[in-house]
Ligand binder design. Sequence first.
Ligand SMILES: [Ca+2]
Length: 502
Amino acid sequence: MHRLIFLLGLALFGPGLAAESSRAAKPNVLFIAIDDLNDYISPLAHHPGVKTPNFDRLARRSVTFANAHCAAPACHPSRVAVMTGVHPATSGIYRNLFGAHGPRWREESPVLKDAVVISQHFRNHGYRAVGAGKLFHTLQWTPGDSQNDPAAWDDYRGDPLDPISKDWARAKFESDAQAGLTPGRPLSNNLFGAAALSGSDEDTGDHKLVDWAAAQLRAPQAKPLFLAVGLFRPHIPWEVPQKWFDLHPLAEVKLPVTQHDDLADAHDHGRRSWHKWVVENKQWEKFMQGYLASISYVDHQLGLLLDALDASPLKGNTIIVLWSDHGFHIGEKENWEKFALWTQTTRVPLFIHAPGVSGDGQKSIQPATLTDIYPTLCELTGLPVPPQCDGTSLASQVKAPATPRARPSLTSFKFAQEPNPSHAVSDTRYRFIRYGDGFEELYDRETDPREFTNRAADPALASIKARLAQGLPQQAAPDRAAPASSPYNLRSQAAGKKKAGK
Ligand SMILES: [Ca+2]
């Protein structure tokens, strides 16, 4: 019947118009990346009392992937993996490599040399792809250190190789000595810390991005749109306007549930000095407040973005995917930030809405890895999946969230103190980690959701451990370093400019 209508269309209007109308039917894509957002948001509910009404709103109109994990627990490798679909175990990009100005990852790993960035792939198939903010790795305090690929976009807000630093004003702060704090705060200039900004939301970087994105949504579209928005909070420093702090009064802030000596049976993440400084200086509650304030701020920005979509002609014909590059610790396992392989570090918010297709309002507990996003968006839009992609499409779970998925999630990381990479897998119940030095951890998340008790040596779980171990990479790529000779090195470019007298 459909074929008959199609042939009738061809006869009446000619092939040109039929092709035109099939192009017009392609759904738009709103691709939202959030930086360092963990599972405290209310749809994932891993911290008591957190209310994120706009994440709840998104959850009602999409599928919540409640068992989704980053490909690597650090900004740079996680983002390269999402944007290229190539897993760190294949590329060898396991950790942050700083000092780049451009897509240096193409030279960091030979398998990424000709990888097609997801926005480029959509451009190659008739889309207009535009972006804003932090999609590839960059930081507020390292101007020009960005691994974005400017060639992969039709348009980008501001400088694609310095997409956030100019937008974010710093809070005024007193030195640690003035504040009576002990020396030894990690990082410098209070970057690891919380403070209210004196300005309004309109003065903040993420708000400016959302304004720009809203204008993109309002503009007339000659082609289907791939709009990527990379929000920077709740990444440190936890500096947002005062009103977001006011939502989380210090006296009401709850600390995470922790267990004394939790690390006695676990791998040492090598970052305990951060936690020691925080506890010694009684900053734990204050930093939790700053993180929660930043979450509330970004929740509000998400709401503005959804408002803009709903007020635009693209409403009803736009796929939404929202992901965070990794999870986050606020003192769990004596750790702060990321750079570990427990679920607290690797579990990420992932929401997918596909108009007329997704089981909106439902949750999937099937294991997902962020490298699955690329092939999923391909399947949902009818695009071919590039051969570089390591992930597998989640379209079956987008349609029917309970559909079982045999493949476990896979997260890989290279710890500084070990020569070999480490890997972690999850199924719907268990989590297994094998570190670069051979140490193993196994957790039953049903009975022990905070992963306090390592059961890797428990004979009762031996067959489960063996099954999960099959999900580890057979032959993981070696760890890659920053190539000294690359023209994308920030320092070599600065030196080149100096030499040329620019
Ligand atoms: Ca433990």
